[in-house]
Design a protein around this ligand. Structure first.
Ligand SMILES: *Cc1c(COP(=O)(O)O)cnc(C)c1O
Length: 357
């Protein structure tokens, strides 16, 4: 028998979540599938979402993977291009590119006019990452128009706190964005998943949905979205079971001691597969459809779960590390991180199995 660990990816769930994202607001929706489609597999997910208004990735390398697999539609590169060779590649492959820095304007100025150019001018309204600062947006826009008179231009920004919709910085960023180029009739794009769900004022011509495509609700304000469907079952099986006496320890470091006599199981899954090594004892794990918990430190290839109260769980019992019955965000919270990091951290060793409903 091969190692039982796998990530079952439901492509219909991803398409469903995309359609849900698209139903919010009147705009079009870029399906953001950077970082190997948040661990789900770039090429397969890109194909599954071929009907999307556009796909978005971080890097030109990711975009070229998608073009090679036959994705023909609009394809946005969020970090843009870093040199002229990449710019020419982007033009010849009809990529949409983000322009966030002066050196990219200079490269455009050197490029002979002609060919496809779809540019997303990025304004930093408070995120403090990529983009021209908002007070200079109008001047930069004029320069961009001058160096690329034929280009289709979309104005974009990114919110720093959209997962906390009550925070005032969201309003501040929206106001800065709206004042930056007031008077220009430009297509606009602000919202990531959290903003799309929680900040109606951020929904514009183009929205950019990433984490919600995988059924993860990014909001930290407690409001749920039952429409979202989990896209991945990260599952394995018990490969060993052991009785243990009171006070005896499990795993590296001898720092988890069973409080009384008990039983634990070993699961074929570890940090070498992308399970977070920092997940502490107590992190939820499902065994045979019932919730139990991680005990002891996570090893590279294995982890231990408490079976003391699950007498029916034997070798071969199915284990869910995260999935529809155990949100990846819950596991992440226990491990002191976010669902994004767990999903993108799934390693190559984990076979992805693709399914539909
Ligand atoms: C990754 C990213 C997104 C998608 O964010 P989610 O929180 O995953 O929806 C949108 N816009 C930009 C600029 C990004 O980098």
């Amino acid at each position: 028998m091969s190692r039982p660990l796998q990530a079952r990816v439901n492509l219909d769930a991803i398409r469903h979540n995309y359609q849900f994202a698209r139903s919010l607001g009147d705009g079009r929706t870029v399906a953001i599938i950077k970082a190997n489609a948040y661990g789900h597999g770039l090429a397969v997910v890109g194909e599954a979402l071929a009907g999307a208004d556009a796909l978005g990735v971080a890097t030109i390398e990711e975009a070229l993977v998608l073009r090679r697999t036959g994705v023909q539609g609009r394809l946005l590169v969020l970090e843009g291009v870093f040199d002229r060779a990449a710019l020419r590649e982007a033009i010849s492959q009809r990529l949409d590119i983000v322009i966030h820095s002066p050196y990219q304007l200079d490269m455009l100025a050197q490029e002979p006019e002609g060919g496809h150019l779809a540019l997303w001018l990025k304004i930093d309204t408070g995120m403090g990452r990529l983009g021209f600062s908002w007070p200079e947006a109008a001047a930069i826009y004029r320069r961009l128009r001058a160096v690329a008179p034929q280009a289709e231009i979309t104005l974009m920004t990114h919110l720093a706190c959209a997962d906390e919709p009550q925070r005032e910085c969201n309003e501040v960023q929206l106001q800065r964005f709206d004042s930056a180029l007031a008077g220009e009739a430009l297509a606009a794009s602000i919202a990531n998943s959290a903003a799309l769900l929680a900040l109606p004022g951020a929904r514009r011509d183009w929205n950019r949905a990433g984490i919600m495509l995988w059924g993860v609700n990014p909001r930290l304000d407690g409001i749920r979205h039952p429409e979202l469907r989990s896209s991945m079952e990260f599952e394995s099986r018990l490969i060993a079971e052991r009785q243990i006496g009171a006070g005896e320890s499990v795993g590296y470091g001898c720092d988890y001691h069973f409080p009384g006599p008990g039983r634990f199981g070993i699961v074929a899954c570890g940090y070498g597969d992308g399970y977070p090594r920092h997940a502490p004892s107590g992190t939820p794990v499902m065994v045979g459809g019932r919730k139990t918990q991680l005990v002891g430190r996570v090893s590279m290839d294995m982890l231990a779960v408490d079976l003391t109260h699950l007498p029916e769980a034997k070798i071969g019992a199915p284990v869910t590390l995260w999935g529809s019955a155990l949100p990846v965000a819950d596991v992440a919270a226990h491990a002191g991180t976010i669902a994004y990091e767990l999903l993108t951290g799934l390693t190559e060793r984990v076979p992805r199995i693709y399914e539909n409903d």
